[in-house]
Design a protein around this ligand. Structure first.
Ligand SMILES: [Zn+2]
Length: 178
């Protein structure tokens, strides 16, 4: 009954074959393409992607990550109905993300909506649209670095920048935006 026993077991690295039953109530996590491009592990046993995410896995590394997850049965490919997609597009218009989110982003949100799942993404517009629909969003990178991916904008020329400071174009102050 001690916490250290629990930790000891999970630290053992033994892939317990009977573990699936423990996750019967686990919510499906719908992954966006960026998850496969980053080398960051994720906890869970139920993952889904739309076919459009699979189509974006063109390089060997991201493709083999996807194939490995498909192979061990943690990941499956599914597509949301056109009606659900329309709901997502309507939501993106409401949240101001229409035109910013890609077709693949739309598919990810629609799939999560149909499955009652969680969206896993670091994309701001995708996340925003998903949250407008009441979905839970978790970032890909949070586990590793607690740092948030902030965006910065020059107060003078409105150029988007990677860090705060002084704009190298117009010399105005760069501030953090949402
Ligand atoms: Zn500037």
């Amino acid at each position: 009954m001690s916490e250290s026993d629990e930790k000891g077991r999970s630290a053992g690295g033994d892939s317990a074959a009977g573990a699936a039953d423990e996750h019967a109530d686990e919510q499906v996590k719908v992954l966006d393409s960026s998850f496969f491009f980053l080398d960051i592990p994720i906890a869970g046993t139920k993952f889904a992607v739309p076919p459009s995410v699979v189509a974006e896995m063109k390089d060997l590394r991201s493709k083999s990550k996807l194939d490995a997850m498909l192979g061990d049965g943690r990941l499956f490919v599914s597509e949301a109905s056109p009606a659900t997609r329309k709901r997502v597009i309507a939501a993106s218009k409401k949240s101001g993300d229409y035109g910013v989110i890609s077709d693949t982003d739309c598919d990810v949100v629609a799939l999560a909506l149909e499955m009652g799942g969680i969206v896993v993404t670091d994309d701001f517009a995708l996340s925003n649209t998903a949250q407008t629909l009441g979905l839970t969003v978790i970032p890909v990178q949070m586990r590793k670095a607690k740092k948030r991916q902030w965006k910065y904008r020059c107060t003078g020329c409105l150029k988007l920048c990677d860090a705060p400071g002084i704009c190298d174009v117009c010399g105005s102050e760069i501030i953090r935006i949402k």
